[in-house]
Ligand binder design. Structure first.
Ligand SMILES: [Zn+2]
Length: 125
């Protein structure tokens, strides 16, 4: 039994269209996987930014607890904590680090950057 040319043509068209749809389905699935991976990366990035913002907020609050005070001559300004009254190195402070100064008889010394700040007796407790 022979199929008519019209039937064969319709069947070929059907097969061709089915193959096109399968290609489209596969590429859509691949794109979905790519977008899912991209979404995971973006969520990680947002989470890491949130953590960074939180730590910057905490650091900002911590830095706000210090006042710049005179402890000796013009070059001897240091940061002093409002509550605990310990002194912190202004040089390190500008670099975003709070480094407590060690006290000797005539100086306050930063062990982190080795800066000495002249100390007038009685200027700090
Ligand atoms: Zn320092």
């Amino acid at each position: 039994m022979f199929r008519s040319l019209k039937e064969l043509s319709d069947q070929n068209e059907y097969i061709r269209k089915t193959a096109e749809l399968l290609d489209l389905l596969i590429s859509t699935q691949q794109r979905t996987i790519e977008l899912t991976e991209e979404n995971i990366q973006l969520k990680k990035s947002v989470e890491s930014s949130r953590t960074e913002i939180e730590s910057l907020k905490k650091a900002k609050e911590e830095f706000a607890m210090y006042d710049l005070i005179d402890v000796g001559d013009a070059n001897s300004k240091v940061y002093q904590h409002r509550e605990t009254e310990h002194q912190a190195c202004p040089k390190c402070f500008e670099d975003g680090k709070i480094k407590t100064l060690q006290r000797s008889r005539f100086y306050l010394i930063c062990k982190a950057c080795n800066t000495h700040y002249n100390l007038v007796q009685g200027s700090v407790r």
